[in-house]
Design a protein around this ligand. Structure first.
Ligand code: MN
Length: 475
């Protein structure tokens, strides 16, 4: 007993000493660091995946004075994530950086010059201080002053260690992004490179409200033999109906035991048959239960609404419900009934837009626009002359204003005149698609040639996170 206590005590002291030792190694505690001179740039590898992007965002929390530089070449699923979350994770592009100013470089999730984008300017600078956070094993050629390099499942795990040590609070969106990175690099904690610390970090992020629905939207789930067998079984019979203008299919399949990623099976079934919406009713005979999974590619069929009617949940494009002791054929009929009755239920732009909308005339000086943005706490406003939309001005456009004298120039010199707009009766998916396609943060809502509201990326995001009251839930 006494011995056990002694072992524990030693363990405690050793851990404490080790921690103390590691603290001293953290560059940010280094007192010799000069404040206020030069610029600290944070970047990561090209073909940026979620682990790299998450690490970049995490680094901005650790190095508050750092400027994050996101490579132009990012993976498609990261791009999709960014299109919805852009306002929350503001990144600089390579054209916005004055490389002459940079004297400190922080590199995350890689340790090779060849994997960085457009860093040739910095490569041979003798006075450059480099710090590296990386989980790859190869030897670095960045010649860093400080490096945290460990073989661990995901690089974000290393950064979470430091975030926890500093007691930095995470928002649900940050926790979600970090968990996506962690899961992507560890194959949902199944790759052999995964460590206990990766799993602990995942638990920590879930404890900080990481949203698994959002995560599933952006992660590429696995497709294996079991999933393939079910898909092939479903493809043997292809019940197909027209409801309104839409082709839909509700397919009943019997399964045994627990099978992951059935939603992916339904997704592929819909894609292969070119359906507007597809439903799989998966019957667990041994458990006397059915799982209904739906996928829709059109705005007018809102899967979330249909699933909520059946006691489940979801988003406009995807959702599921689990029902006990039901006849699968009756369930299939019910889905068809819901499909017929629910086509108008999807959320419209008018449900979520901000209104009335603040606008400015095109001859408004930029300094006045800046004051309005600050006062109203918005990131952009439409520019309107005689009731007609002529452009849109956003905070980002202020980067084009060089010198304080130009703040007296009219807004029309800096506004964007792309004028992509949307109608109030359009769906939110349509709005999100337009914002992604044109890389814009807000859409003026137009009715009878007048601006009647504005819908922003953050409005769309609230909706995708299910934080907004859903009209269909009230009945
Ligand atoms: Mn990685």
């Amino acid at each position: 007993m006494k011995n056990e206590f002694r072992v524990k005590l030693y363990d405690f002291i050793l851990t404490a000493l080790f921690r103390l030792f590691s603290y001293r190694n953290y560059p940010i505690d280094n007192p010799t660091r000069q404040e206020g001179s030069g610029m600290r740039l944070i970047t990561t590898h090209r073909s940026t995946d979620f682990d790299a992007f998450a690490s970049l965002v995490a680094a901005t929390l650790i190095y508050r004075d750092g400027t994050p530089l996101l490579p132009k070449a990012v993976n498609p699923n990261v791009k999709a994530f960014l299109s919805i979350h852009k306002d929350l994770f503001e990144m600089s592009g390579v054209d916005e950086i004055d490389f002459n100013q940079v004297n400190q470089l922080v590199v995350v999730d890689t340790n090779r010059w060849s994997r960085l984008e457009k860093m040739d300017d910095l490569k041979d600078r003798p006075d450059l201080e480099v710090e590296v956070w990386d989980h790859h094993e190869e030897k670095t050629d960045l010649n860093p002053q400080w490096i945290c390099q460990e073989s661990i499942g995901a690089n974000i795990t290393l950064m979470i260690r430091e975030i926890r040590r500093r007691n930095i609070k995470l928002t649900p969106m940050q926790a979600t992004l970090f968990l996506i990175g962690l899961y992507e690099d560890t194959g949902n904690l199944t790759f052999s490179s995964t460590t206990a610390e990766d799993a602990h970090a995942a638990g920590y992020l879930l404890g900080n409200n990481a949203d698994l629905n959002v995560l599933n939207t952006f992660l590429q789930p696995g497709y294996g033999v079991k999933q393939k067998d079910i898909l092939f079984e479903m493809l043997k019979s292809q019940p197909r109906t027209k409801i309104g203008n839409f082709s839909v299919s509700v397919n009943i399949a019997h399964i045994e035991g627990h099978i992951n990623n059935l939603s992916l099976v339904v997704h592929m079934y819909r894609e292969i048959l070119g359906l507007d919406a597809a439903f799989g009713i998966f019957v667990h005979d041994s458990h006397d239960k059915c799982i209904v999974i739906g996928r829709s590619a059109v705005d007018d069929i809102d899967i979330g609404t249909i699933m909520r009617s059946m006691g489940g949940g979801g988003h406009p494009g995807a959702g599921s419900a689990m029902l006990k002791s039901v006849n699968p054929d009756a369930l299939s009929d019910w889905v068809y009934e819901l499909l017929k009755g629910n086509q108008q239920a999807s959320v419209q732009v008018s449900d979520l837009m901000s209104s009335p909308v603040i606008t400015v005339p095109s001859d408004t000086p930029m300094e006045e626009v800046a004051a309005i943005l600050k006062k109203e706490g918005c990131t952009g406003v439409p520019v309107v002359d005689n009731g007609r939309l002529v452009g849109i001005i956003s905070r980002r456009d202020f980067r084009k204003v060089k010198g304080s004298r130009r703040m007296k120039s009219p807004v029309k010199a800096f506004m964007s005149t792309k004028n992509i707009t949307i109608n109030p009766e359009n769906s939110l998916m349509e709005a999100a698609r337009l914002m992604v396609k044109h890389d814009i943060g807000r859409l003026p809502v137009i009715q009878n040639d007048r601006v009647i509201g504005i819908i922003s990326r953050s409005d769309a995001m609230l909706y995708f996170y299910d934080l907004f009251p859903h009209p269909a839930q009230s009945n």
